[in-house]
Design a protein around this ligand. Sequence first.
Ligand code: FES
Ligand SMILES: [Fe+2]
Length: 385
Amino acid sequence: MGKVHNSKSHKDLTWDYSDPVNGQSIPAPFFYDADIFEQEKEHIFMKCWHLVGHVNELKEPGTFIVQDVFEQSVIIITEKDGNIHAWHNVCRHRGNRLMNERRGKVGGMLRCPYHSWCYNLDGSLRAAPRTEHLDNFCKKDHSLRKVRMEIFAGWVFITLDDDAQAVSEMAAGAEEKMRKYLPDMDNVELVEETDVIVNANWKVIQENSVEGYHFVLSGPVHKDLAALIDFKGYTLSAYDKYWTYIGPPNKDVTHAYGMPLEGATWQTDSFFNIGLWPNTTFYSFPYTDMVGVFIMIPLTSEKSLLRFSYYAPKGRPVPEVTKAAIHWMNTQLGPEDIVLNETNQKGLHSIGFGSGRYLIDDSLPNQSEHLVFNFHKLCYQAIRE
Ligand code: FES
Ligand SMILES: [Fe+2]
């Protein structure tokens, strides 16, 4: 049997991105090659910031969220004084993983399920049974190890890279844009978190979300979304390490997500999206009172975990139109895109493809794929330059 097209490594594969308008798009192996995936893991995901959640989820002492980054696991937990800390989620005795739930709440300490070493919420070792008679055993040598954390615009991020540029520098200007469209952002609570496994490279999912070319040209649910906005005014803008895509409202609509708008309340009537390098997007659907988050978490070169989180203002019922929008995203728009993500992933392997052409056209700004190119370039630069 002859060698199949995809079996050779592309670890040194290059791409000439000097002419996005007339040149070729990033070559297909960047979306499936296992060696390139390892390079992304090392140069992108071990260095970038990962969104954990909103500070409001971590108000109560002892509340924790566990954030995994490939084999690494981090526990973000609130101390009695309200300070939030991030620790490597591993016991200093023999390396057992401490907490295995995604979210939870403990009393005053973290106990390792193996030999019951116990840690205070400030990371210090409180007790290590039977170690009293060990020579040279000093509890203070065995505190949990710290992970770098930053709170940006009320959102908690962690990074495994102590040299990473701060989120506030990387995304300078982003907070102002978020607050303009998401005025309730400081007062939100998590309503729902849904994880979906998608058989596609994380970049296939990302590139789908940063272009409007497919809005009226793919499936029926996308057309419904396009109808809620003034699609001609859809604007996609690249900044240094973040990007926005914003659709002003179509003021003529009377219904959205199958619900009448009459009497409804919302915090924004626009379709607002902001993506932070590399894989976190905050957004709001038109006529809703929510902050949506979606994150494309890479699992393998051809499998991703797509995490949909929905936040709504605390202390009041979620408006019916907003609830309908969340349901619509989970059951209609999301699935319509996921089918495209998975058929796209399959097609990328074809010996009949290789690479393609971006639709980059200033005369069609709402459908131009300049953000797709911008994203591909950032990914390429991160692993090759
Ligand atoms: S590995 Fe945690 S107490 Fe032994
Ligand atoms: Fe889409």
